[in-house]
Design a protein around this ligand. Structure first.
Ligand code: ZN
Length: 138
Protein backbone atom coordinates (compact mmCIF):
# COMPACT_ATOMS: atom_id res chain seq x y z
CA UNK A 1 0.00 0.00 0.00
CA UNK A 2 1.22 3.47 -0.87
CA UNK A 3 0.78 6.49 1.33
CA UNK A 4 1.06 10.16 0.36
CA UNK A 5 1.01 13.28 2.53
CA UNK A 6 0.79 16.92 1.49
CA UNK A 7 0.00 20.17 3.28
CA UNK A 8 -1.92 22.89 1.49
CA UNK A 9 -1.56 26.46 2.75
CA UNK A 10 -4.02 29.32 2.45
CA UNK A 11 -3.82 32.99 3.29
CA UNK A 12 -7.40 34.03 4.03
CA UNK A 13 -7.76 37.82 4.24
CA UNK A 14 -11.25 37.88 5.76
CA UNK A 15 -12.38 36.49 9.11
CA UNK A 16 -14.78 34.07 7.39
CA UNK A 17 -14.60 32.61 3.90
CA UNK A 18 -15.36 29.45 1.98
CA UNK A 19 -12.78 28.29 -0.53
CA UNK A 20 -13.22 25.55 -3.13
CA UNK A 21 -10.06 23.47 -2.68
CA UNK A 22 -11.09 20.63 -5.02
CA UNK A 23 -8.43 21.54 -7.63
CA UNK A 24 -5.64 21.42 -5.02
CA UNK A 25 -6.85 18.03 -3.74
CA UNK A 26 -7.04 16.69 -7.32
CA UNK A 27 -3.48 17.95 -7.86
CA UNK A 28 -2.33 16.13 -4.71
CA UNK A 29 -4.03 12.96 -5.92
CA UNK A 30 -2.25 13.25 -9.28
CA UNK A 31 1.10 13.72 -7.49
CA UNK A 32 0.44 10.66 -5.31
CA UNK A 33 0.07 8.31 -8.28
CA UNK A 34 -2.55 6.40 -6.27
CA UNK A 35 -5.37 4.95 -8.40
CA UNK A 36 -7.50 3.08 -5.85
CA UNK A 37 -7.85 4.06 -2.20
CA UNK A 38 -9.02 6.83 0.12
CA UNK A 39 -8.22 10.52 0.40
CA UNK A 40 -8.52 12.25 3.76
CA UNK A 41 -8.61 16.05 3.77
CA UNK A 42 -8.65 17.84 7.13
CA UNK A 43 -8.26 21.33 8.51
CA UNK A 44 -5.16 21.60 10.71
CA UNK A 45 -6.78 24.31 12.84
CA UNK A 46 -9.57 24.22 15.40
CA UNK A 47 -11.34 27.28 13.99
CA UNK A 48 -11.59 26.03 10.39
CA UNK A 49 -13.45 23.24 8.58
CA UNK A 50 -13.18 21.03 5.55
CA UNK A 51 -16.54 19.93 4.18
CA UNK A 52 -18.19 18.73 0.99
CA UNK A 53 -21.11 20.55 -0.55
CA UNK A 54 -22.37 22.43 -3.60
CA UNK A 55 -20.27 25.16 -5.22
CA UNK A 56 -23.15 27.64 -5.30
CA UNK A 57 -22.81 31.19 -3.99
CA UNK A 58 -26.35 31.50 -2.65
CA UNK A 59 -25.88 28.37 -0.56
CA UNK A 60 -22.61 29.74 0.82
CA UNK A 61 -24.42 32.91 1.91
CA UNK A 62 -27.06 30.67 3.51
CA UNK A 63 -24.34 28.85 5.43
CA UNK A 64 -22.95 32.18 6.66
CA UNK A 65 -26.40 33.38 7.80
CA UNK A 66 -27.25 30.03 9.41
CA UNK A 67 -23.93 29.82 11.27
CA UNK A 68 -24.19 33.44 12.46
CA UNK A 69 -27.66 32.63 13.79
CA UNK A 70 -26.36 29.64 15.74
CA UNK A 71 -23.09 31.15 16.97
CA UNK A 72 -22.95 34.91 16.34
CA UNK A 73 -19.47 36.44 16.28
CA UNK A 74 -20.57 39.36 18.49
CA UNK A 75 -20.90 40.42 21.19
CA UNK A 76 -17.58 38.79 22.10
CA UNK A 77 -18.56 38.99 25.77
CA UNK A 78 -21.30 36.37 25.32
CA UNK A 79 -18.67 33.56 25.27
CA UNK A 80 -16.58 32.30 28.19
CA UNK A 81 -13.77 31.33 25.80
CA UNK A 82 -13.30 34.99 24.86
CA UNK A 83 -11.32 35.94 27.97
CA UNK A 84 -8.06 36.02 26.01
CA UNK A 85 -9.39 35.54 22.47
CA UNK A 86 -12.31 36.69 20.35
CA UNK A 87 -12.85 33.49 18.38
CA UNK A 88 -15.30 31.38 20.42
CA UNK A 89 -17.83 31.64 17.58
CA UNK A 90 -15.21 30.24 15.16
CA UNK A 91 -14.66 27.16 17.34
CA UNK A 92 -18.41 26.53 17.43
CA UNK A 93 -18.90 27.10 13.69
CA UNK A 94 -16.04 24.71 12.92
CA UNK A 95 -17.62 22.03 15.09
CA UNK A 96 -20.89 22.24 13.15
CA UNK A 97 -19.21 22.25 9.73
CA UNK A 98 -16.80 19.44 10.57
CA UNK A 99 -13.08 18.84 10.67
CA UNK A 100 -12.47 16.59 7.66
CA UNK A 101 -13.76 14.67 4.68
CA UNK A 102 -12.85 11.27 3.28
CA UNK A 103 -13.31 10.73 -0.46
CA UNK A 104 -13.05 7.43 -2.31
CA UNK A 105 -10.37 7.29 -4.99
CA UNK A 106 -11.40 5.25 -8.03
CA UNK A 107 -9.44 4.92 -11.27
CA UNK A 108 -7.17 7.81 -10.17
CA UNK A 109 -10.05 10.26 -9.61
CA UNK A 110 -11.96 11.61 -6.62
CA UNK A 111 -15.14 9.50 -6.74
CA UNK A 112 -17.68 12.30 -6.18
CA UNK A 113 -21.42 12.50 -6.55
CA UNK A 114 -22.43 14.91 -9.35
CA UNK A 115 -22.34 18.18 -7.35
CA UNK A 116 -19.86 17.34 -4.63
CA UNK A 117 -16.91 19.70 -4.17
CA UNK A 118 -14.46 20.06 -1.29
CA UNK A 119 -14.41 23.34 0.62
CA UNK A 120 -12.16 24.89 3.20
CA UNK A 121 -14.28 26.88 5.65
CA UNK A 122 -12.40 29.63 7.47
CA UNK A 123 -14.01 31.10 10.59
CA UNK A 124 -11.08 32.99 12.15
CA UNK A 125 -8.90 34.04 9.25
CA UNK A 126 -6.54 36.91 8.47
CA UNK A 127 -3.58 34.58 8.86
CA UNK A 128 -1.91 31.62 7.16
CA UNK A 129 -3.74 28.31 7.61
CA UNK A 130 -3.01 24.74 6.58
CA UNK A 131 -4.97 21.75 5.31
CA UNK A 132 -3.63 18.20 5.41
CA UNK A 133 -4.19 15.79 2.53
CA UNK A 134 -3.42 12.13 3.24
CA UNK A 135 -4.01 9.55 0.52
CA UNK A 136 -3.62 5.82 0.98
CA UNK A 137 -4.08 3.01 -1.51
CA UNK A 138 -2.32 1.61 -4.50
ZN1 ZN B 1 -9.91 30.14 20.58
Amino acid sequence: MKSFRKELAFEIRKRREFLNITPQVEQALAESGIREGLALVNAMHITASVFINDDEGGLHQDFETWLEGLAPEKPYSRYRHNGYEDNADAHLKRTIMGREVVVAVTAGKLDFGPWERIFYGEFDGKRRKRVLVKIIGE
